[in-house]
Write a protein that binds this ligand. Structure first.
Ligand SMILES: [Zn+2]
Length: 256
């Protein structure tokens, strides 16, 4: 897709920089940061159903799992997509796994039936902006606000009224302003611990190996269900979901 086109190498750098900033900001390991995230999170709200009002949440970037130490958060970005999202939903159902879908506003608007299927299967929604501009942190606050709030509206409309519970900036391009704005709308800023790099199609083996190697970094795993041929992602999940279960992990959601 054009928005992901030639800029992918640069995307990687932005992600790396964003992660670096996160680590520097905490001055400690990701795991230490998670403890802080959990501590300053407000009491957990009940699952926001249809028409539920937005309750403010912490503006700190979340990484930890609601399932605690043996929890793992599967996060799936950039969809929904007619071809790949249904395949991932099938796999998740097969292994009893719940995931968080970070949706691009225009994709949600184009495929409301898929958004409703994601919600009906018990997964959670995450706002991934309207147009997936990985440099949106360099743009004005008015632009950031429009990207976040318009996507929130598009996703909520497509879902039939179920609100996104998280906000993940495209490419990790968060700003203090965008984190606070999302949090004020009940969307916890959402980071990741393991970038599977599935977007670069490194091969199914490489995606699986990355998760197995980097899981000690933290529980939030990043996959994609749109933006090109995601066969490798589907095949990697087909291997990773049973592997994670066998390792004693439970599939959960990021803390709010
Ligand atoms: Zn993305």
């Amino acid at each position: 897709m054009a928005r992901h086109g030639g800029g992918r190498g640069w995307y990687g750098k932005v992600v790396g920089a964003a992660l670096g900033v996160m680590l520097l900001a905490t001055g400690a390991s990701v795991w230490t940061a998670q403890a802080g995230d959990t501590d300053d999170a407000p009491p957990k709200a009940s699952a926001p159903g249809k028409g539920a009002a937005a309750k403010p949440v912490s503006a700190a970037i979340a990484h930890a799992s609601e399932q605690g130490k043996r929890g793992v958060n599967i996060t799936i970005d950039d969809g929904p997509d007619l071809k790949w999202t249904p395949q991932m939903l099938d796999l998740l159902r097969q292994y009893g796994a719940k995931a968080t879908f970070c949706m691009v506003g225009t994709q949600a608007q184009a495929h409301p039936d898929l958004v409703k299927k994601v919600v009906a299967a018990g997964h959670r929604l995450c706002d991934h902006s309207v147009s997936h501009n990985t440099a949106m942190d360099k743009d004005s606050q008015a632009y950031q606000s429009k990207q976040i709030l318009d996507a929130e509206r598009m996703i909520t409309k497509a879902s039939g009224g179920v609100r996104p519970m998280y906000y993940r900036a495209p490419g990790g391009a968060f700003t203090p302003y965008s984190r606070k704005l999302a949090a004020s709308r009940g969307m916890r800023p959402l980071g990741w611990n393991v970038d599977t790099k599935d977007f670069e199609r490194p091969g199914t083996d490489a995606i699986v190996a990355t998760v197995q190697r980097e899981l000690p970094n933290g529980p939030t795993l990043l996959f994609h269900d749109a933006g090109g041929d995601r066969t490798q992602t589907v095949e990697a999940l087909r291997r990773l979901l049973p592997w994670l279960k066998a390792q004693g992990y439970t599939f959960g959601f990021p803390v709010r």
